[in-house]
Design a protein around this ligand. Structure first.
Ligand SMILES: NC(=O)c1ccc[n+]([C@@H]2O[C@H](COP(=O)([O-])OP(=O)(O)OC[C@H]3O[C@@H](n4cnc5c(N)ncnc54)[C@H](OP(=O)(O)O)[C@@H]3O)[C@@H](O)[C@H]2O)c1
Length: 297
């Protein structure tokens, strides 16, 4: 397993992490619903193959409860990252994601996550978005520091993207940043480098570009970039599309871990193999970059 140090947290994390959004269950969003039994088996498999970093959020339906049920007995085998500022509304057939930046919501999120996850502590608490001004002026960063002193969380970070990310980097208080990035979405390439320069650990989300052209749930915008860049021309029998995308992501020198979401055991095995092969050879990496830049990325 390729391991990296997650910035100033010092945690040694597997470069392939696990994103649990796909375990959100019924009455949420999207078309795929995973059963409790499959979620249980799959989460255990994630640890069995050696992954030691799991990302979740109160916004992900049943995901936290499922992690608690399946893995609380194995709590010392993995680092647990969740989020706060989450104030979702459950409608009859859909979970509406909403974020509210108040001490009450942040405190409620922490207490509920500890219960759902059946644990006494969260390794990494991340603001699920937010901007620098709000998080500072409402005392929310200080609140996370209090939780840290109480031993309820070990480290804190933020999950962010443009336009809020630069202001959050400038605060220079976060242990980690969670940032979207892949060869089909390079917008944050340089901001990842800037965030890492503060000493923070970098968690990449969207690192397999949501499955790219092979995804079960197709994304036309990403497929258009893939096709326009002619990336199929760069594949051979040794490398499929998912491997190209994932190895490009881990080629970013500051990708400490990428929390790929999958609920498919074959994809899990494939992704592990891809990450084990390591970053792409430089000429191939440069060719992909040039092609996706020409395609507008
Ligand atoms: N704002 C935020 O903080 C935020 C937002 C979004 C996500 N996240 C976090 O980041 C994690 C990942 O994000 P994401 O799900 O948006 O992006 P992602 O990991 O790039 O994409 C996940 C999708 O890729 C598919 N996939 C995985 N491996 C594959 C393979 N080898 N071949 C084909 N398809 C494959 C999965 O489907 P299969 O199940 O079929 O494999 C899944 O639908 C989430 O689980 C969550 O923890 C955070």
């Amino acid at each position: 397993m390729r391991m990296q140090t997650l910035g100033r947290t010092g945690l040694k994390v597997t470069q392939l992490g696990y994103g649990s959004m796909g375990l959100r269950g019924p009455r949420t969003w999207g078309v795929r619903v995973v059963s409790d039994g499959d979620a249980d088996r799959f989460l255990n498999q994630v640890l069995d193959v050696g992954i030691n970093f799991i990302d979740t959020a109160p916004d992900y339906g049943f995901a936290e409860e499922r992690i608690g049920r399946a893995l609380s007995k194995r709590r010392d085998e993995f680092y647990l990252a969740t989020k706060c500022g989450c104030d979702p509304i459950q409608h009859d057939d859909q979970l509406e994601i909403r974020h509210t930046w108040t001490p009450e919501v942040i405190t409620r999120n922490l207490e509920q996550s500890l219960k759902n996850l059946q644990t006494d502590y969260i390794d990494l608490m991340q603001f699920h978005g937010g901007d620098a001004k709000t998080l500072v002026q409402d005392g929310l960063i200080d609140l996370l520091k209090e939780f840290q002193q109480q031993g309820k969380i070990r480290y804190f970070g933020v999950s962010s993207s443009l336009p809020n990310l630069p202001g959050l980097i400038e605060l220079n208080v976060f242990d980690t940043f969670q940032i979207p990035y892949s060869c089909l979405n390079r917008a944050h390439h340089d901001l990842i480098t800037r965030a890492a320069a503060t000493g923070a650990g970098i968690i990449i989300r969207g690192g397999i570009a949501h499955g790219g052209p092979d995804a079960e749930i197709q994304r036309d915008k990403l497929n258009a970039i893939w096709n326009e860049a002619g990336l199929d021309e760069l594949l051979d029998e040794q490398m499929n599309r998912a491997e190209l995308i994932l190895r490009y992501t881990i080629s970013h020198p500051h990708c400490d871990t990428t929390i790929v979401g999958t609920c498919n055991p074959d994809h899990l095995a494939e992704n592990l193999q891809a990450v084990e092969k390591g970053p792409l050879p430089q000429p191939l990496y440069d060719e992909i970059t040039a092609r996706v830049k020409r395609a507008g990325q």
